[in-house]
Write a protein that binds this ligand. Structure first.
Ligand SMILES: N[C@@H](CCC(=O)N[C@@H](CS)C(=O)NCC(=O)O)C(=O)O
Length: 205
């Protein structure tokens, strides 16, 4: 199987972390995002939405990082994505929440405070940062409250949900995520950071 991705992106890294955790070998194809490689015709044949990551498994091509994570984790029995229907629904709930809601705050901070500087040498836009801050403080209390008496998001062990929701936090400091008041989120992310699969897939920048 071949994964097309950009290692500094949280969406690529969470897929790589799942593969590493489950010891599923993946051939890696670097997609040069800063050079606009996702808009080239060859890449658009893989993913017409022009985004990474993309997994190619023989004749099957799959995009959307959370779908790729579920597909990889379906290949063998494991605790990241157990077979039980309710546990899967619970994990999927958090993965949908990540992409639909949590991303608004986290993704906004990453884009404004980090990616813009890295790609274009620009400072973050004050209005966009204000919107990201509002979204962040709307959703972070829910996550923090959920983690008050739990080590992980679903059940007692790490699952796909933790990799998806936690994926932005590697950049908490440079993206200036306002995490100060969310102690439970910070200690939960420390548990994710301690995982070999997360450490081994850390981007070099
Ligand atoms: N919901 C998608 C988001 C993918 C996405 O936004 N990927 C970004 C990198 S983080 C990308 O490839 N952007 C390329 C571009 O916008 O040109 C997923 O989870 O896979």
């Amino acid at each position: 199987m071949k994964l097309y991705g950009f290692p500094p992106s949280p969406n690529t890294r969470k897929v790589q972390a799942v593969a590493a955790h489950l010891e599923i070998p993946l051939e890696f194809a670097f997609v040069d995002l800063p050079k606009g490689a996702t808009r080239e015709a060859e890449f658009l044949l893989l993913n017409p939405t022009g985004r990474t990551p993309v997994l190619v498994d023989g004749e099957f091509t799959l995009w959307e990082s959370n779908a790729i994570m579920q597909y990889l984790a379906s290949m063998k029995p494991n605790t990241l994505w157990p077979a039980d229907a309710r546990t899967r629904a619970d994990i999927a709930r958090w993965q949908f929440w990540q992409v639909g809601h949590w991303h608004q705050g986290c993704g906004g901070f990453l884009w404004e405070n980090l990616v813009k500087k890295f790609l274009f040498g620009q400072e973050g836009d004050a209005v966009a940062l204000k919107q990201a801050e509002e979204a962040f403080h709307r959703d972070a209390p829910v996550l923090d409250g959920h983690l008050a008496n739990r080590h992980y998001l679903v059940g007692d062990v790490i699952t796909l949900a933790d990799f998806s929701v936690g994926s932005y936090l590697h950049y908490a400091v440079p993206a200036r995520l306002p995490l100060d008041r969310y102690r439970n989120i910070r200690s939960w992310y420390e548990r994710i950071e301690a995982l070999p699969a997360w450490r081994d897939t850390a981007p070099s920048i």
